[in-house]
Design a protein around this ligand. Structure first.
Ligand code: MG
Length: 223
């Protein structure tokens, strides 16, 4: 089944620590402004494809999130107009190499490995009631996250207005809105599913990445 990502995104814009309980479990406060980062589109995979844990990368966590596709070019849009620039909603797994995230301080490596962004099929936003959406994560069938999208600190209209004051959003771009509490590790041979009940889900097997052991770990010889 082909993932309907046409046009293909130029960027995946992510928001960190956007739920109070998740920020708490990370030992942090919710930022006073949205905390933005990017995942490269090369992270994208569809349902059924393998999340590959690179050798020696340390702990890898799931993060179930409600994501949106941009439907038309958005630059400096107003919050009250923002939803009109979005076309679809979709479940997204913001897979994160947690040890590397802490070590690096910025998140491009930890969030940017190939296969680290499973997404479900986009569902037209029209007809979806954002006020009642939930985001649920199951690992091997066991419920790990069950959060109300309404609990997100910065809501999607504000995020579109905020982000589009920084970078032009192109049709196909993906905005993901942060994860609720309950994040945890995934390891090879797990199966992880992110679901937005009534919208869709994305389920992926986790496998060990092939190849040489991680060659650039801290402490490894540079010679
Ligand atoms: Mg996230």
């Amino acid at each position: 089944m082909a993932l309907r990502l046409d046009p293909y995104p130029t960027k995946i814009v992510c928001i960190g620590k956007n739920y109070v309980e998740h920020a708490k479990e990370m030992g942090a406060d919710v930022p006073s402004e949205p905390l933005m980062f990017l995942k490269p589109p090369s992270t994208l995979i569809r349902a059924g494809e393998e999340i590959l844990v690179p050798p020696g990368v340390g702990k890898v966590d799931f993060e179930g999130e409600v994501a949106f596709r941009v439907g038309r070019r958005a630059s400096r849009v107003r919050e009250q107009d923002a939803l009109g620039y979005l076309s679809d909603v979709l479940p997204l797994n913001d897979v994160t190499a947690r040890d590397l995230q802490k070590r690096d301080g910025q998140w491009s490596r930890a969030k940017g490995f190939d296969t680290f962004c499973p997404v479900g099929e986009p569902v037209p936003l029209k007809g979806v009631d954002l006020a009642t959406l939930r985001i649920q994560t199951r690992v091997n069938g066991e419920l790990k996250q069950d959060g109300a999208f309404a609990d997100a600190v910065f809501q999607i209209p504000f995020l579109v207005a905020f982000i589009s004051r920084i970078m032009t959003l192109e049709p196909g771009d993906i905005i993901t809105t942060g994860t609720p509490s309950g994040i945890g590790p995934i390891v090879p041979w797990d199966e992880v599913e992110i679901a937005i009940p009534g919208v869709g889900s994305v389920k992926n097997p986790v496998r060990a990445g092939a190849g040489e052991p991680w060659p650039y770990a801290v402490g490894a010889s540079a010679s």
